[in-house]
Design a protein around this ligand. Sequence first.
Ligand SMILES: Nc1ncnc2c1ncn2[C@@H]1O[C@H](COP(=O)(O)OP(=O)(O)OP(=O)(O)O)[C@@H](O)[C@H]1O
Length: 406
Amino acid sequence: MIQIDSVTKRYPDGTVAVDELSLEIPDGSITVLVGPSGCGKTTTLRMINRMVELTGGRILLDGADIHAQPVNALRRSMGYVIQNAGLFQHRTIVDNIATVPRMLGWDRDRARKRARDLMDRVGLDASLAKRYPYQLSGGQQQRVGVARALAADPPVLLMDEPFSAVDPIVRKVLQAELLRIQAELGKTIVFVTHDIDEAIKLGDMVAVLRTGGKLAQYAPPDELLSAPADAFVEDFLGTDRGIRRLSFFTSAGLELTTAPIIAVDSSAAQVAERTKASGAPYLLLTDTDGKPLGWTGPAAAAKGGAALSVAELLPHGRPFVFGKESLRDALDCAVLSPTGWAVAVDDGGRVVGVTSQTTIAEAIRGAHAERGAAGSPSASAKAAAAEAAAVDPAIAESKAAESKAV
Ligand SMILES: Nc1ncnc2c1ncn2[C@@H]1O[C@H](COP(=O)(O)OP(=O)(O)OP(=O)(O)O)[C@@H](O)[C@H]1O
């Protein structure tokens, strides 16, 4: 556990970047520091690995003051990932990742093998190993940054806006990858972002800071959305708070019906019988494998449902994976469906049932009640070099070589 205990940072010019901040960062989870620009997120993160020295309070790592060990040893126990990855431009990808193991005295082959294993783990194709950073996309470079930070298997990972410089689609992919890697590795991750959606998606715990480096709220995302501590947090969370909170409610308990579902090879009699028995406005047609094709729509309904024409089907929209995706996903599917009904599928994409907006609304009410009511619970090149240098002597060396080359 990392304990931040009444920590203050007053810079020499008098700026109080962090003011009496106390946080307990649990092991094996992702804690996100979020807040408006200048609220002290980066300063807080850098005080943990002593790139910035605190001026008041103390930080404990597993009960011991971070000043109790040499700063280099402390930093080796903490991977550090920054925006734009901060890679060594003159080193290949595999050697970028192998940097820290090499510094720890591993021989080249072992360090490179570790680097290649990590490339696989962060989703980088082995064919990229011999390339240089400039030959990679921004998203790939960020993956290298994560792999490099993981190379010496540190228990702690500090991540400062690691995905801010990539486009929204790549960013989503990288977020999902981080969650996947974290599920495998269980690191203690402290993640800085100014994006509240990213905080809610990634954080097991979220610390919202306000300008002046004061803690506004520290809570799991679900609680943050359901019970913001004050108007500042509420405002920072933005609109759609209620809808966004539904992401934390599973669809597993949602009532489904199979009555309106019919396979494409059904007889006219079966279709007529289903049309009568079903509570839905139309029938959902599936292929012979049980995958959705579309809703029969008004034309078929007018003919008593006896005519099944695939060409006339209404789109079924995006189905949701029953029990895996949330009530928010289910509601989204229903709202986007031309029939107002959402289609639930299993992992293989086969239909397991359909459900109406009304049923989803009932499930939402039930979920709220269960939880105790609805209301409860770029920096310049110089600065980048200085930052990199502070992390690790190898980075200092590489950056110095680069500036000479320039
Ligand atoms: N070396 C420094 N000297 C003086 N003031 C500083 C220094 N570094 C940061 N600050 C100030 O400390 C405050 C907090 O800065 P910090 O970079 O920690 O904020 P942040 O929340 O990470 O911001 P952003 O989201 O914009 O990166 C700001 O007012 C900033 O101007």
